[in-house]
Design a protein around this ligand. Sequence first.
Ligand code: KIV
Ligand code: ZN
Length: 547
Amino acid sequence: MDNYVRIFDTTLRDGEQSPGATMTSAEKLEVARALARLGVDVIEAGFPAASPDDLAAVRRIAVEIGHPGRAEGMPARPPIICGLARANKSDIDKAWEAVKHAARSRIHTFLATSEIHMRYKLKMDREQVIERVLDMVSYARSLCPDVEFSPEDAGRSDPEFLYLVLGEAIKAGATTLNIPDTVGYTTPDEFGALIAGILAHTSGIDNCIVSVHCHDDLGLATANTLAGIRAGARQAEVTINGIGERAGNTSLEEVVMALHTRRPAFNLTTGVDTTQIMRASKLVSNYTGILVQPNKAIVGANAFAHEAGIHQDGMLKHQQTYEIMRPETVGVTQSRLVLGKHSGRHAFKTRLTEMGYVLSEAELDKAFGRFKDLADKKKIITDADLEALVTDEFYQPREVYALDGLQVACGTVGMPTATVRLRGPDGRLHVHAAVGTGPVDAAYKAIDHIAKAPNSLQEFAVRAVTEGIDALGEVTVRIQALDGQSSLAAQREVDQPRTFGGHGTDTDIIVASVKAYLAAVNKMLVATGKYGDSERPAEVGVAARQS
Ligand code: KIV
Ligand code: ZN
């Protein structure tokens, strides 16, 4: 058995299935690019049968990310681009249509094997399930040389039946067999034993890669994944920040860093460049509007913070007293004074390059202008500020409406009022004033009046990027479309309403709130398809770490 664990990232499929994680096609492309730089082996780019937009987004990733050296900073060997399909010809055709443009493509098809799923969801008996698996894996294999099969709800399936189904899938041409704990039900010893049993009792398994795919309903996804790997699985299906259905999927950063940090215990490697982890985490959080909890392992804001005096004292004496990983290993840049009001363009560019951002001259001009504005308001500019500034400037969805001016009146006397001026898709300026329960509510009402994009606000969160009264404020919002926009969820086979995230940064939190809301509204408008293609020119404003 080899000692290489393939990292199969499903942020863009299972992750995007989590409530509120809808990303535009352009955002998916940026995430795919970040995943390729991270060095994942497989990108599950989506579920092409969900909608024509989903198919187009997967195709675009196959074309742009699935080829070697198409863009700066991309790995010489591109990741495999994979599309999910239910076990029927129409889904498989759509998945193939989307992924076939990549240099290396994979079709991933699935069918449930647990008694409860077969009886109530599929209304099929065991023989029918076996026959369908045989037919559909053969069909997928007739199109694509790389086929993955998943017996959905394997964690609650009869192992003897699983051995049979998997053996048939292998006969039909499956090259990877993925074992999902779809509802996050198993415990690590059970899941490890399941994988060991599959490896021992499935005929033909020696020529296949066994994969694990765990959900976090009991908080055991990472533990189960590691147990499966210990038992012999050599592919782990994961998402950035652990986003995914319900409580989420196994998180990429936890599995990769467990294997990396405990190398002597596992004696296994991955192809992931760990220094890219933090940036990918932030990108996914900004695009989905799903915040990372502060105490989240590896990528949480507190993951490397030491508050207790006794810990700080230990750290000063020897870093490894309380730190098992160096923050730099996962790409956490220490908050430190880097630049000030008098720093020039050259120093600014040098620091950004050191942080891994490669900007064109025009982008640099824009970013430098913002840096100067910020330096006027804030004495100390840290790496975290620079990171927020670049993210805010360049990682934003296409602007259907752009903020041109904002004025608010609020306080204990009078009615909170906001006047908003937006430049619209027609190039004209639109001004509206509204009254609300507070300045943010008033501004959002004014935007709603201009943009006419009915939605309900699902989440609104403010946090400070750094410490201090002059800190940049970072706002994340999530809105749900009220005009019936929905997309098909693969496993539930039902349409779910679409939710859009937005993100904004400014020293003024009302401005940051407006930027975040407008970003979400723009995403929603782009998704209606009424404003043309959501494309941004490739590589514009994309951060590329120089290696
Ligand atoms: O959780 C699950 O069962 C899945 C399959 C489609 C692999 O996501
Ligand atoms: Zn899943």
